[in-house]
Design a protein around this ligand. Structure first.
Ligand code: P1T
Length: 392
């Protein structure tokens, strides 16, 4: 199915079919994994549209069309990781350019901005993007991009995409949304005014914790050309088997996300009512400061939760290590539930002072709620909370 003829189809139908058609040689219903680095040409520059696998690859093409369709984008480009996709967007800037960023971003994003691209003369200002005045005040005449995560990692802050897009455009800057936490099943930033969507496809899009990947989705042809040039010139492309695994993953995205959302709501409410819990961050809770904004731009609240236990950080660490179903691991978005300690794991590369300023405390615990039975998940958390009290 080509991406041009699927506009009237529903999300789940596009998730299964977009970008894919039976293999013309055999009728194979699954897109072949073309394990090839090059393609035989009839004569110099006379070929079937494929010349070298870094530049163009049929399994990758199918995935790019599939992801573009899901995000409602005209163009999709896939990369070897979420960080490679993120880096590509910044590689399109020049020395002297400035980026206004959220102050609650994945630690690796903060790291590549401050430790790699800052060395090339790109400057970054980190602000609370839920505060429009703070965002406006951070602009300089050199600002080219605004970079947000919503929901953010790990505090699940919600930024108003429409409002920030308006502000960015008034200042002649572009808005980039890292849509990893929501996935296109719940939120499509391009339709809300964003210019660029970035994904770690490692997470909900892949969905099974068996592949690392990234993607950039845009509507603007000039931006697409620029990022496609960088995809080939820099070369951080995904392998064919990774693309196949992602194509398989997106087929069940809509179903999986439904269950992630249901389970996360049950777990979040359970934690909120638990006497040993101090705070719960989940945009689906009416107590969350971004709840109304989330309702206006998301069709569900996702599978990510963070919270703080009462007591000290040692207790938090004991609790995290005491779960039996929630696995202690980095990453998120897979079918299995994960638990993590952002301060020492996913966000360890952010200086403590910066983390604390943004509200990321030493005791914060993050959950990626999987698709298991919700009752087993709440029982596992209760058991671990009790063990953290007794130390047994
Ligand atoms: O791991 P990679 O595929 O390179 O993606 C990086 C990335 C980008 N954006 C967001 C919002 C992310 O959460 C990540 C990766 N995050 C984790 C590994 C994590 O556990 O938070």
């Amino acid at each position: 199915m080509s991406s041009s003829d699927d506009k009237d189809l529903g999300f789940s139908t596009r998730a299964v079919h977009a970008g894919q058609s039976p293999d013309p040689a055999t009728g194979a219903i699954m897109t072949p994994v073309y394990l090839t680095s090059t393609y035989v040409q009839e004569a110099p520059e006379k070929h079937k549209g494929f010349d070298y696998a870094r530049t163009v690859h049929p399994t990758r093409e199918a995935l790019q069309k599939n992801l573009a369709s899901l995000e409602g984008a005209a163009f999709g480009l896939c990369f070897a990781s979420g960080m490679a996709a993120t880096s590509t967007v910044i590689e399109a800037l020049s020395s002297g350019d400035h980026v206004v960023c959220g102050n609650d971003l994945y630690g690796g994003t903060y790291r590549v901005f401050t430790k790699v691209f800052a060395r090339f003369g790109v400057t970054f200002t980190f602000v609370d993007t839920t505060d429009l005045h703070a965002v406006e005040a951070a602009f300089t005449p050199q600002t080219k991009l605004v970079w947000i995560e919503t929901p953010s990692n790990p505090l699940l802050k919600i930024t108003d995409i429409r409002a920030i897009a308006k502000l960015a455009h008034a200042k002649k800057a572009k808005l980039v949304v890292d849509n990893t936490f929501a996935s296109p099943a719940l939120q499509r930033p391009l339709s809300l005014g964003a210019d660029v969507v970035v994904h770690s496809t490692t997470k909900y899009l892949g969905g099974h914790s068996d592949v690392v990947g990234g993607a950039i989705l845009v509507n603007d042809e000039a931006l697409h050309k620029e990022y496609k040039f960088l995809q080939n010139a820099v070369g951080a492309v995904p392998g064919p088997l990774d693309c196949f695994l992602l194509l398989r993953g997106t087929k069940t995205l809509a179903l999986r996300i439904e269950r992630h959302c249901q389970n996360a709501m049950i777990v979040a409410k359970h934690l909120l009512s638990h006497p040993e819990i101090a705070t719960v961050h989940y945009p689906g809770l009416p107590t969350h400061s971004g709840h109304e904004t989330a309702k206006g731009q998301m069709s569900g609240f996702g599978g990510m939760i963070s919270f703080e236990l009462k007591g000290d950080m040692e207790r938090a660490k004991r609790m995290i290590s005491s779960c039996e179903i929630f696995a202690l691991a980095e990453s998120l978005g897979g079918v299995e539930s994960l638990i993590g300690h952002p301060a020492s794991m996913t966000h360890g590369s952010i200086p403590r002072e910066e983390r604390l300023k943004a509200g990321l405390t030493d005791g914060l615990i993050r959950l990626s709620v999987g698709i298991e039975d919700a009752a087993d998940l709440t029982a596992d958390l209760d058991r671990a909370i009790n063990r953290s009290l007794t130390g047994k």
